[in-house]
Ligand binder design. Sequence first.
Ligand SMILES: C[S@@+](CC[C@H](N)C(=O)[O-])C[C@H]1O[C@@H](n2cnc3c(N)ncnc32)[C@H](O)[C@@H]1O
Length: 258
Amino acid sequence: MALSSPVSSCAHRRYNISSSSSRIRIRCSNERQALFNRISPVYDNLNDLLSLGQHRIWKRMAVSWTEAKKGDNVLDLCCGSGDIAFLLSEKVGLHGKVTGYDFSKDQLLVAASRQHLSLKACYNNIVWIEGDALDMPFPDTSFDAIAVGYGLRNLVDRPKAMNEIFRVLKPGSKVSILDFNKSASPFTTSIQEWAIDNVVVPVASNYGLAKEYKYLKSSIREFLTGRELEKLALETGFSHAKHYEIGGGLMGNLVATR
Ligand SMILES: C[S@@+](CC[C@H](N)C(=O)[O-])C[C@H]1O[C@@H](n2cnc3c(N)ncnc32)[C@H](O)[C@@H]1O
């Protein structure tokens, strides 16, 4: 579900694999994306298995906190295989537009194939763009809402990422950021770390991905608490920020209004 990656910004690069049929516009790639490319074939299965399907509920909550509505132009930042983009697509409908943005080409290809396999007409409102979250190719005040699922924790320069989110969001609009909760409660933290050591890593090792999922524990330790996320959002310039603990405190969701 959620991994740590030694990522920093990369220059945008255009690739010529764009096609109107796949609706993917590839813009940036670099070997730092290797980790997320590598896990892409099994990423969705592992999410379901490791969260017992609960990640779907948390993602619905994250999308609902964006307050995206019919006709909106919205962004799923660090979209991976597109779960949140598909939920946003249903919210904004046929007259809205969803951009799924990620720096992993393979994750985006999985997202695009899921889009094509679905019969839902509204999914035609989604485009997939490859690029770096720290340097987005969108004009200022482009989006009516932004959702980020398990992305912010993976970015090395979170203040820069928040600045970028602020820049591309319209005034008065919301960003909803779902991730693992770095809990202030030692009890919750010990449950979280026990589950990673005894469930997540052993299950991931069945897919040959133990090493990749071992990073999870340290990435949560190095992440920000709910309070710190609120502070970061307010320092970035957001007018309001509130962090919600969900999933028994194991997950958290920051909602910030520009
Ligand atoms: C743990 S996955 C989450 C995917 C999806 N949002 C979800 O909730 O299932 C994190 C995603 O962030 C992307 N990512 C990490 N760093 C990034 C960066 N600097 N720019 C763009 N995408 C990035 C990865 O490629 C990966 O797909």
